[in-house]
Write a protein that binds this ligand. Structure first.
Ligand SMILES: Cc1cc2nc3c(=O)[nH]c(=O)nc-3n(C[C@H](O)[C@H](O)[C@H](O)COP(=O)(O)OP(=O)(O)OC[C@H]3O[C@@H](n4cnc5c(N)ncnc54)[C@H](O)[C@@H]3O)c2cc1C
Length: 338
């Protein structure tokens, strides 16, 4: 019997598989798509996510990120990372590096979609595959989470993200978050000749319909060649529990607040390690508590900023307040970075 079946071969699934294989488990990843997969993502790895990748021995090439800047057309305030650098990495480069490492560690891949699951007291079955445990890493709209009744309804405005790669040498080594009344645009340097711009908003429309709200940014990249737009959402996903018997949720499948603070990959990599620890200890029920504890700070800060920014009078004060109180801004940034 397989020790750990991983449903979904995105970054969360591959990091889980790698931790499992390195710990001596027999791991199989089931993923319908082949090769490096592109996806809507701001592509900013916070310093804690970079450290987790280093611990896995995965070298993902990109551009160093030294902090976060907030801008609103009148002001700019920057906070450097105190605990090492982050990294802007194209999604396909990150995925390729994780795939190489997983293959090298002996992870086996089956290219199909996981369908219905059944489980008993000793195993989980998905099609012809039977395993002691299953890690559901099937993404933001996880079909497995839904089929197990673990998804909860979300209130509040639904937010979406759209990413575009612009062909230009990076002009900053910070992630720039540009604030406009109805959207944020965040800029991540990802390669010597490429900068990603991701727009986050709860309003309808494509990239260009929102980009007009960011004059300075628009002028800087006007007329440059760019790649295709990639969109994702709704971003917020609430989850009742991260475990159902021998099935454990990881990555976006385990719940998501918002991309505004670069939340995502760091939590996914942290959870991957915890999940494998629980599988090895044969204590799946411990995972929920461990996941909550590991992710609490990021979830609370992201949810707090999101709530404040949804209220127009507060939203317009976010950048002025950060500029007026740079130490508090730096503390918040570093709470998210560490
Ligand atoms: C607009 C946007 C900007 C973001 N910016 C950042 C950022 O700057 N920094 C950051 O850290 N995070 C960011 N994130 C979050 C980050 O992209 C996610 O946290 C990360 O992609 C989660 O990876 P995952 O492996 O859980 O999911 P995914 O990458 O979505 O992978 C899920 C995989 O599951 C597969 N799958 C689906 N169904 C099945 C099935 N039935 N059987 C088998 N496989 C299946 C899919 O094919 C897919 O490959 C952003 C997200 C968005 C939407």
């Amino acid at each position: 019997m397989i020790d750990l079946l991983v449903a979904g071969g995105g970054p969360a699934g591959l990091a889980t598989a790698l931790h499992g294989a390195r710990a001596g488990l027999e791991v199989v990843v089931v993923e319908p798509r082949r090769g490096p997969i592109d996806k809507a993502c701001g592509e900013g790895l916070m310093p804690h996510a970079v450290r987790q990748l280093e611990r896995l021995g995965v070298a993902a090439h990109g551009k160093p990120l030294r902090g976060i800047s907030y801008l609103d057309g009148h002001r700019q305030v920057s906070a450097p990372f105190r605990s090492g650098t982050g990294r802007g990495v194209r999604r396909t480069a990150l995925h390729a590096a994780l795939l190489d490492a997983a293959t090298g560690a002996g992870v086996r891949f089956v290219h199909e979609a996981v369908g219905e699951l059944t489980q008993d007291s000793t195993s989980v079955r998905a099609g012809d595959l039977r395993a002691r445990y299953l890690a559901a890493a099937d993404g933001l709209h996880s079909p497995i989470r839904r089929s197990l009744g673990l998804a909860l309804p979300c209130g509040g405005p639904r937010r979406f993200g759209i990413r575009r790669h612009m062909q230009i040498a990076p002009w900053t080594d910070h992630v720039e978050v540009h604030w406009a009344p109805g959207a944020e645009a965040y800029v991540t340097p990802v390669a010597d000749d490429c900068v990603g711009i991701t727009i986050l908003t709860s309003h309808k429309g494509g990239f260009d319909s929102h980009f007009g709200d960011f004059d300075a940014l628009k002028d800087r990249v006007h007329g440059l060649p760019h790649g295709p737009d990639r969109a994702a959402g709704p971003l917020r996903q609430k989850v009742r529990s991260r475990t159902a018997g021998r099935v454990l949720l990881v990555g976006d499948a385990a719940g998501y607040v918002d991309a505004l603070t670069g939340e995502g990959l760091g939590i996914a990599f942290g959870a991957a390690e915890l999940l494998v620890g629980c599988v090895i200890a044969d204590r799946p029920a411990d995972y929920e508590h461990q996941w909550r504890k590991m992710s609490r700070r990021y979830r609370l800060l992201t949810a707090g900023l999101l709530k404040a920014s949804a209220y127009a009078p507060v939203r317009s004060r976010i950048v002025p307040a950060a500029a007026a109180l740079p130490k508090i801004f730096a503390t918040m940034v570093n709470q998210l970075a560490e």
